[in-house]
Design a protein around this ligand. Structure first.
Ligand SMILES: Nc1ncnc2c1ncn2[C@@H]1O[C@H](COP(=O)(O)OP(=O)(O)O)[C@@H](O)[C@H]1O
Ligand SMILES: [Mg+2]
Length: 297
């Protein structure tokens, strides 16, 4: 296993179709090669300093969940083993190891399927003010980080780069993707969350909320992107969980808290990250991987 840090890839033989905040995406035949780099973003700004091995953690976790959740919904994963990729990928095998997936190319639905099991983040702000989250009325008396009586579906738009996601109603989702598809992605998202939450809770992790993406391959609905990772979810240690305030977390919250503490205006250019901030962030990602899958890198 190489300890190589990958901040950006440049695979000259392959056509780059997109560089997201975290992933470099290439076209390989009819499929896509998704490479999770070690880039880290916070407040929608990509930091200059990478977090070593982060892309491997995200990939290993997503592959773990894709396999585990496959009976609930089909997903885009074809293979995560570079030995099985087409020959055009061979020159890049070392960089691809453990951090890439060959996937079916989908037409992504332009909605983020957020499921919340706990009151946190923008959900807490809305609840405190209006007693609802994304327009869904909730029981009185919930505190910050309280568990909801049952998980709720709180979709958002998929914002273009440089802008922030915006919460939308279920009706908005129906208008965007059609009513049947809207019902289906809501139903599946709730089942996926419940399943993930059950497994995580047996390993001492609370999945407070998460985001799924779906797409169509021909007429076939599939789960795409990444699944139940620290980048797409809020993970809290069960040990020490206490409603009534913010929780310690295994995700990017540590980095966000640091960025809040240094008075950075949350727009480019990103600040230089201190080595210990990178180290602690890396440790948190690795701990989630180990706890959830029972295996390290
Ligand atoms: N199977 C797929 N087909 C097409 N697009 C996909 C597929 N899986 C993921 N994507 C897209 O690839 C991108 C992943 O890269 P990422 O760096 O996470 O981007 P972002 O900055 O949008 O989060 C997302 O825009 C996602 O919608
Ligand atoms: Mg993403």
């Amino acid at each position: 296993m190489s300890a190589q840090v990958v901040r950006e890839t440049d695979f000259a033989n392959l056509r780059l179709v997109n560089r997201g905040k975290v992933r470099d995406i290439y076209e390989v035949g009819d499929n896509l090669l998704i490479v999770a780099t070690d880039r880290v973003s916070a407040f929608d700004v990509v930091m200059n300093d990478p977090v070593p091995d982060k892309g491997k953690v995200l990939t290993k976790l997503s592959v773990f969940w894709f396999k585990r959740l496959a009976s609930i919904v089909d997903n885009h994963l074809i293979s995560a083993d570079p030995d099985e990729y087409p020959e055009s990928c061979t020159p890049y095998k070392e960089q691809l190891a453990d951090r890439s997936m060959l996937v079916h190319k989908a037409r992504p639905l332009p909605v983020e399927c957020v499921v919340r099991g706990y009151v946190s983040g923008s959900g807490w702000l809305e609840y405190r003010e209006l007693g609802s989250i994304s327009g869904i009325s909730l029981v009185e008396g919930l505190e910050e980080s309280s568990q909801l009586p049952e998980p709720i579906f709180t979709p958002a738009t998929k914002a273009a780069q440089g802008t922030h996601d915006e919460n939308i109603s279920f009706e908005d989702v129906s208008n965007i993707v059609g009513e049947d598809t809207a019902k289906e992605i809501k139903r599946i998202s709730l089942v996926l969350y419940q399943n993930g939450r059950d497994l995580a809770s047996r390993n001492g992790i609370i999945i407070a909320d998460t985001k799924f993406e779906f797409g169509f391959v021909d007429d076939h609905l599939m789960l795409i992107d990444e699944v139940l990772t620290p980048d797409s979810s809020r993970f809290w240690p069960m040990d020490g969980y206490k409603p009534g305030g913010a929780q310690k977390s295994f995700d990017k919250q540590f980095l966000r808290d640091y960025l809040n503490s240094i008075d950075w205006p949350k727009e480019p250019p990103p600040p230089k990250l201190r080595p210990e901030v990178i180290q602690i962030t890396r440790d948190k990602y690795l701990e989630v991987l180990e706890r959830l899958t029972g295996k390290g890198l």
